[in-house]
Design a protein around this ligand. Structure first.
Ligand SMILES: C[S@@+](CC[C@H](N)C(=O)[O-])C[C@H]1O[C@@H](n2cnc3c(N)ncnc32)[C@H](O)[C@@H]1O
Length: 220
């Protein structure tokens, strides 16, 4: 699915979110202030927009969709940035234990075939006190926003996504997967059961999206 939408992925993000996605990714990058010094893994990095929004640290991008990552390379080159990339499945990461000060995941965890297995892998590669920062869509929390999103999904995201991405399923999958995925509060609780304690939770744009930041805690 991601390979088929890759060529139009960035433009669809800008159009369908009315450019809110750029601001959301900046906030995700800023959440790294909670992390100790060291390297960052941007997991499910896609076309590299989060990795490239992180200005002041070495970032490694990883994703299992090589067609998405192929688009990150020329973007990094245009910005004169070095961006090491790894083809990798989040459920079985090819990195040693404890090597990253932080892991960022934007709009990725919702797609993991096994969320808990992905979270366990993230925790494994985090250094002691390392930080996970997750940006994800959720069912909107602001009254009235849920109804607006249903209209936006039906009249804009579905038709425009189908037209520009040439993948009928991908942009119906998006709202459907948001409906069934845990919201930020539930995600925070899930993270805490896996040794990741929430340090910041912030709802964005009326709760359409949320930023969850959690620190790795040692098992007692
Ligand atoms: C909606 S895109 C988000 C891309 C990017 N993080 C962004 O902010 O635009 C979701 C990405 O998650 C990746 N993905 C989903 N499941 C994955 C997994 N198990 N391992 C690695 N990447 C995964 C997909 O290939 C896709 O590139």
């Amino acid at each position: 699915m991601f390979a088929s939408v890759a060529p139009r992925y960035d433009v669809l993000n800008r159009v369908l979110s009315l450019r809110q996605d750029v601001r959301w990714r900046r906030l995700l990058a800023a959440a790294l202030r909670h992390a100790p010094a060291g390297e960052v893994l941007d997991l499910a990095c896609g076309t590299g927009d989060v990795a490239l929004a992180i200005g002041d640290r070495t970032v490694v991008g990883a994703d299992f969709c090589l067609d998405m990552m192929a688009l990150a390379r020329p973007k990094a080159a245009r910005l004169g940035r070095r961006l090491p990339l790894a083809g990798a499945d989040a459920l079985a990461l090819p990195f040693r234990d404890g090597v990253f000060a932080a892991v960022t995941v934007a709009f990725g965890v919702r797609n993991f075939a096994d969320l808990d297995a992905g979270l366990d892998e993230i925790r494994r590669v985090l250094a002691p006190s390392g930080v996970l920062a997750v940006l994800e869509f959720q069912r909107p929390t602001l009254p009235g926003m849920a109804a607006m999103m249903r209209v936006w999904n039906r009249l804009v995201i579905g038709p425009v996504g189908r037209l520009l991405s040439h993948d009928g399923g991908a942009y119906s999958y998006l709202p459907a997967s948001v409906e069934t995925f845990p919201d930020a509060r539930e995600l925070g609780a899930r993270l805490s059961t896996r040794g990741l304690a929430t340090v910041e939770r912030r709802e964005l744009s009326g709760g359409i999206a949320a930023l969850t930041v959690a620190r790795k805690v040692e098992a007692t």
